[in-house]
Each structure stands twice: as structure tokens, then as C-alpha cells.
Ligand binder design. Sequence first.
Ligand SMILES: C[S@@+](CC[C@H](N)C(=O)[O-])C[C@H]1O[C@@H](n2cnc3c(N)ncnc32)[C@H](O)[C@@H]1O
Length: 349
Amino acid sequence: MDDPLAAALRLQSSVCAHLGSPFNAALLQAAAADPAPPLRALFAPWEGRPREALMADAVALRFVGALHDLVLDAAAPDLARFFPPHADAARAWPAALAAIEDHGARIQAFMGHEPQTNEVGRAACLLPGFLTVGRRTRLPLRCLELGASAGLNQLWPQLRYRYGAWGTWGDPASPVCLEAEWRGSPPPLGVAVTVVETAACDRAPVRLSDPAARRRLAAYVWPDQAERLERLQRAVRMALAAGVAVEAGDAVDWVRSTAAPRPGLATVIYHSVFWQYLAAGAQQALAEAIADHGAAASDDAPLAWLRMEPGAGASPFELRLSVWPGGLDCRLATVHAHGAWIDWGGLAD
Ligand SMILES: C[S@@+](CC[C@H](N)C(=O)[O-])C[C@H]1O[C@@H](n2cnc3c(N)ncnc32)[C@H](O)[C@@H]1O
């Protein structure tokens, strides 16, 4: 019977290859081919678990993230020599095995944390959703983010967006410029919106003031995706300068206490790649909490629920919007998981 750890490493390798990280793919292939005792010891907390459980806990990503963290911290120069930008996975693997011998406890400690990412590229998908709310309600926006991680997507009003020949939106001088391919119907870019309030919650906020937390966030960006890493570093600097804050709390309680509609504002509850982390009961409780606020909404105090989440089955990610009052509930677009493209359907009206 196949070894579940080797099988999980192999499967993650093919996912990395498919999603544009040949370097991580090669490291994980090498690990799967030779799960020697020091490597296996890193995965001791998952001993005896089936491949599906190892994938659900993203153990292979924790492992390559831990190696990247060592490199970013300049703690393993012999490994760093073979990491991007001079990527040489064949030589990196023996260096990784040596790093496991030297830094096993540190790698294990890293792997003990739940993986956490914050992809600012997703703002390129959320933006046309916010603009749609602005155009529909003609009110200033109050934006409340759930599962915000480090809170980088709260920066969305301050970023620059380029959608190919369709045009641009936002501050031309912004340190973060997101480029996304636009497909489908024309984008709603001619809308000016005012954002009067932003707030966010996460059950485990990433504290950007902590250098180790910042490095951990960067470590989970795949090392051969330099553009994403650069974008993240720029967004982190912006967030630190702007004092972006994320409250610690469970999304259901936070929505109940924070998201009641307010007169003269369009309250927008939004999230990206968050829903799947909730248990089925919590998903239902959150949907009910939002719908309860929706029932109290009015034309002068509307509520919108904007979300970018995986579609059902094998379909791509989707941007969906519900608005109260009025009963709108629709898919605005299918989108790339990191914001590389948007296939826009928009609203029929
Ligand atoms: C994959 S991250 C996505 C972060 C960010 N939205 C993005 O798109 O980059 C999912 C986030 O959801 C948070 N989360 C999961 N369950 C939660 C809950 N019940 N309440 C609040 N946050 C939660 C996690 O801590 C994590 O930061």
C-alpha cells in the first residue's frame, strides 16, 4: 500500500506544478521519492493519518513554507544558494536535507502553525464588486472584512488597478499596482466611490508589527513567484504605514455585533477564500446573521454581501453579490484565485 506521506507530497507537488511553482514541485517530488527518517520526523504529529487528512492540513505546504522561512531569515545560506532567483531544485534538495538536520526543531515549530496567507491580488477581483455596490446604492461605503488575515485587502481603495485595454482605477501613485486580465462584459470602472469606514476581523489576525509574522506570511508565497512576493512586501509596507488593523474574533459573533446597516451608508460585508474554513454549522450561522441584518436594511441603509470564494465542484473561483433590500443574489464573475483574470458577467440591469 502507498505511504500516505509520500502520496501527499507527490499530490502537492503536482498541484504546485499546475499552479506555477516548478521549484516547490521539484522539492516535493524529491521529498516524496526519499522520505528519510529526519524528514519523516517533521511529520510526526500526522503519523498514521490518511493522505486526505494530510492534504486537508496542508502538511506539504507547511514543510516547503518552513524551508522558505529559513531562507528568508538568512538562517540557511547553503540552502538559500539554490533557492530562487538562482533556483536549482536538484541541488536544493540535499541542502534541504542538511537544513532539516540543523534546524529540525525550528522547522517543526513552523509546521505546527496553521498555514495563513494574505493575497492582495484578490483586491483586483473584489474592486468591481465594490464599484457595483457603489453604482447601485449611490451611497458611501462602509466595508467590513471577514477572515482578513493581516488585513491587506482593506487597502483596496488605495491601490492602483490595470485591466489591460479596458482601463485603470485608483491612485496612479499607489505603491501597489495590480494588473489583471479582463474578460467578458465591460467593467464598471467609471464609478467613483467614497469609503468612509473599513474594519476587519480574523480568528487569528496576522500581526504585521511582528517581523516573524511578516516573514511567515511571505514564506507561504511560493519562492519562485517573485511578483507575488514583491506585491506582498509592498502591501505590507502600505498596511504598516496606514495602521491597518484586524480585530481578533470569530466572524459570526463579529458580524452580529458590528454589521447592522447604518443610515446614509452602504454596509458591505466581504471576504475572500475564507468560507471553506468554517464548519458547516458556522457557515449557516454566518449566513443567518447576515440575512438578519439584511432584513433590517432599507434603501437609505442597504447591506451588501460580497464574496470571492471557490465555486462548486471543479468550477473556478466566483465573485458573488447579495444586496438588501431588493433580493439581489447573483454571480458577478468567475475569477482567478490570485486575481490574474476576471471573467465578468456583472448585473443584468
Ligand atoms: C486563506 S486565509 C484568507 C485571508 C484573506 N481573506 C485573503 O484572501 O488573502 C483564511 C482566513 O480566515 C480566517 N478564519 C477562518 N475561520 C474564521 C472564523 N471563524 N472567524 C474569523 N476568521 C476566520 C483564518 O484565520 C485565515 O486568516
